[in-house]
Ligand binder design. Structure first.
Ligand SMILES: [Zn+2]
Length: 328
């Protein structure tokens, strides 16, 4: 019988779960929708059901449970999440199983996995930056994700980068996320082209691309509107990363999230701009995340193993066994 934990990564739209052994073997992985529209109590119930169902597929009871959740969170409670709506949910509420449970912040948990077994495994001090629908970071200091005094640490997406800029959904002005998240790149291109399209003859109007990836591709092939939007996103990112570098002197910056898959179109110009801004010191290298969309779930497994009392979980894990069967 293999010792395993149940690991769950709860996002605003989907939950990724799995059974992971103490040696890092992913025995099973699965994915379910997060029933956010049915209210926070139903989301907690759905998490409980998912954990129960995963554990039922295991060989005997799990040693522990780890759950990565969004918002403000401690190891013992999910305090607040704007996108789910829950408030002060104790960790024990998330499972009916009589085993130790540990919670973690979603991005910091992904950063933990990148730190222990992923792109940062040989580093002690780095930034894991997730650029997806939003932008968030995990500040890894001394090998440990740093959450700050109250759990709000790492909210790099809301660093103001443009004093006279656009208002962010958070209420502040000119946040990084307003310019450089995947959602913002797509939105800003749509807004810009709807303005320029009205000054062109109807025949030259093009269908607005739906995604940030489309905008990046268009920028690479010389579309002026796309290039302008992408240029602003890169400028905002390099400003925020220059500030981060000056404050914390990371050995590298690991980029994850959907937009990081833009590859050289992101990494090359961003590295160049970051170095331009840091005139007197060497910029830290930018590196792609290694664990992709599994980072949160694997980090949750590490939390479950910590809760179960395993010393130094992940130390012996090999990256090749961490690639679970593709989550359906
Ligand atoms: Zn903001």
């Amino acid at each position: 019988m293999k010792t395993y934990v149940v690991a769950l990564d709860v996002g605003g739209t989907a939950m990724k779960g799995g059974l992971v052994t103490s040696s890092g073997e992913v025995l099973l992985s699965d994915r379910r929708a997060t029933p956010r529209s049915e209210g926070p109590a139903r989301v907690v119930e759905a998490i409980r059901e998912f954990i129960d169902d995963l554990a039922a597929a295991g060989d005997g009871p799990p040693a522990g449970v780890g759950v990565a959740v969004p918002g403000l969170v401690t190891a013992d409670a999910a305090l607040y999440a704007a996108n789910i709506g829950w408030k002060d949910v104790p960790a024990a509420e998330f499972t009916t199983l009589d085993v130790p449970v540990r919670l973690g912040h979603d991005v910091r948990t992904g950063g933990l996995a990148e730190s222990v077994v992923g792109a940062g495994r040989s580093e002690r001090d780095f930034l894991f930056l997730s650029i997806g629908t939003g932008i968030a970071g995990a500040i890894i200091v001394g090998g440990t994700p740093y959450g700050g005094s109250a759990g709000w640490g790492g909210e790099i997406g809301h660093i103001p980068v443009l004093p006279e800029g656009e208002r962010c959904a958070c209420g502040q002005i000119g946040c990084l996320e307003t310019y450089a998240s995947a959602a913002s790149v797509a939105r800003r291109y749509a807004e810009r082209t709807s303005r320029t399209a009205s000054t062109r003859p109807p025949a030259s109007r093009e269908v607005t691309p739906a995604t940030a990836e489309d905008v990046v591709s268009l920028a690479m092939t010389g579309d002026r509107d796309a290039a302008a939007v992408w240029d602003e996103a890169l400028e905002a990112l390099s400003l925020a990363l220059a500030s981060y570098t000056l404050l914390l002197d990371p050995s590298s910056i690991v980029l994850g999230g959907g937009l990081s898959e833009a590859g050289p179109a992101l990494f090359d110009p961003l590295a160049e701009r970051l170095q331009e801004k840091l005139t007197w010191r060497t910029a830290p290298p930018l590196r792609p995340a290694a664990l992709g969309t599994s980072a949160g779930m694997l980090g949750a497994a590490l939390l479950g193993l910590q809760a179960a009392g395993f010393p130094d979980p992940g130390a012996t894990w090999k990256l090749d066994v961490l690639r679970p069967a593709p989550v359906p």
